[in-house]
Design a protein around this ligand. Structure first.
Ligand code: G4P
Length: 318
């Protein structure tokens, strides 16, 4: 699926992170608990390699609690990495965050040796909401539209704890296809940059397999949801919701909007679109596909070169 955003702004944000990261003790990455791996920015991973990391699985109120636990264990199993689940209903988010950072870097956190923390995350992951609730005031949003960047800000969260905010950032090339769909389903990608029907169909294909009961309940589906193809599911939902065109046809675009809006609001249930095991398989498959694509391109280039040489040799022999 093609997703389009704005590389100019993104490059600026990337530069800002690269500059700041040099004197940072912990990198906090806010992830969407419904799609932890899909919402992890590979560019951030590259820029912050080797730094102690705290993964915040945010919006856990919308995610499948059992899967959130799986993901937290998965991240905690990595070296120099801590992970916590969070949502906007948390009473003392600052304490939770500071404790997790101090656990990673215990020798900092005093006035003369402050703990310097960088916080990043994709647009819409809930970073402004979290910062506002920790500071008790309205901090200006770093950027509203995916990829848009404004100035970096430093927030003194407590004595000896400095938080550097970065603009919400996406990355130029999504390798894992399912990751692109999951990001789009979550609302991280602007509406104009994706095909909503395609995204809703992919979402339904997954929900039909893993959250069939929730789907059936939400939309009053009598059919055996697991056996329906994604188009049939979308059509059935459209019919139930009265998203109709003339002649008894379902308005698939409208049905897609209903499904995406419901998913984003948590109206279908607490759902997580990937597990660590699934992600590993998707990633391996995508890497193999990418390697195959590169090889085919290379073969084609060699073939052209070969033909060119033959033609040249033919011309020279005349
Ligand atoms: P950002 O700075 O990372 O771009 O995200 P922001 O805080 O603006 O949050 C994006 C949307 O996600 C907001 O909803 C916000 O209310 C919602 N949100 C943030 N944290 C949580 C959470 O833990 N759980 C849930 N369920 N939602 C969360 P919005 O509809 O775009 O705005 P608004 O209606 O709140 O104004």
């Amino acid at each position: 699926m093609a997703i389009q955003w704005f590389p100019g702004h993104m490059n600026k944000a990337k530069k800002a992170v690269a500059e700041r990261v040099k004197d940072i003790d912990v990198v906090i990455e806010m992830l969407d608990a419904r799609l932890p791996a899909s919402s992890a920015n590979p560019m951030i991973a590259q820029l912050t390699r080797g730094k102690p990391a705290l993964k915040i699985l945010n919006k856990q109120d919308l995610a499948d609690p059992q899967r959130t636990r799986q993901w937290i264990d998965y991240y905690k199993g990595k070296s120099h990495t801590q992970a916590i689940g969070l949502d906007a209903g948390e009473r003392s988010p600052a304490k939770k965050l500071i404790d997790a950072c101090l656990d990673l870097v215990p020798n900092r956190g005093s006035v003369d040796r402050p703990l310097r923390v960088l916080i990043c995350g994709i647009p819409n992951v809930g970073k402004s909401t979290l910062i506002n609730s920790m500071t008790g005031r309205r901090v200006a949003k770093a950027g509203n539209e995916p990829g848009v960047t404004k100035g970096e800000q430093r927030i003194i969260l407590a004595d000896g704890f400095w938080l550097f905010d970065t603009p919400g950032m996406l990355w130029p090339k999504i390798i894992v296809e399912q990751g692109g769909y999951n990001l789009a389903a979550s609302g991280a990608v602007g509406r104009n940059a994706m095909d909503e029907e395609e995204v809703a169909l992919e979402l339904l294909a997954y929900l039909g397999q893993h959250y069939a009961k929730e789907l059936a309940t939400r939309y009053g589906l009598k059919e055996d949801v697991e056996t329906l193809r994604d188009e049939e599911l979308l059509e059935a939902i459209g019919r139930r919701r009265g998203a109709m065109l003339g002649g008894g046809r379902v308005n698939m675009q409208k049905a897609a909007e209903i499904v995406l809006t419901d998913f984003r609001a948590g109206a279908i249930g607490r759902i997580t679109l990937e597990t660590p095991d699934e992600w590993r398989v998707w990633e391996e498959e995508s890497k193999a596909r990418e390697a195959q694509r590169i090889k085919e391109r290379e073969d084609l280039k060699n073939e052209r070169e070969h033909k060119r040489r033959l033609a040249e040799a033919g011309r020279n022999s005349h």
